[in-house]
Design a protein. Structure first.
Length: 82
């Protein structure tokens, strides 16, 4: 199964590790460090031109998505039921 993250980006549901609201980046020093390390490795991708609303962590990459974390979580839970 696949999850649409916004724009033209679709990932395999099996690759999904976690979905966070964008606010976690500002409120957590640990998350800032984690994302900074991923940026150095070029493992971060911003989807589309819109302001990011969520951070999607996969096994190999971090995505900044313009879709809200609650919407993405609903999509992910839909596929987890199968």
């Amino acid at each position: 199964m696949y999850i649409h993250l916004g724009g033209e980006k679709i990932i395999r549901a099996a690759e999904l590790v976690a979905i966070f609201d964008i606010s976690i980046e500002q409120s957590s020093k640990l998350s800032k460090q984690f994302v900074a390390g991923a940026r150095k490795r070029k493992d971060v991708e911003t989807i589309g031109e819109e302001e990011p609303k969520s951070i999607v962590l996969t096994k190999h990459k971090i995505y900044y998505s313009p879709i809200s974390s609650s919407t993405l979580k609903k999509r992910a839970h839909h596929f987890a039921a199968y």
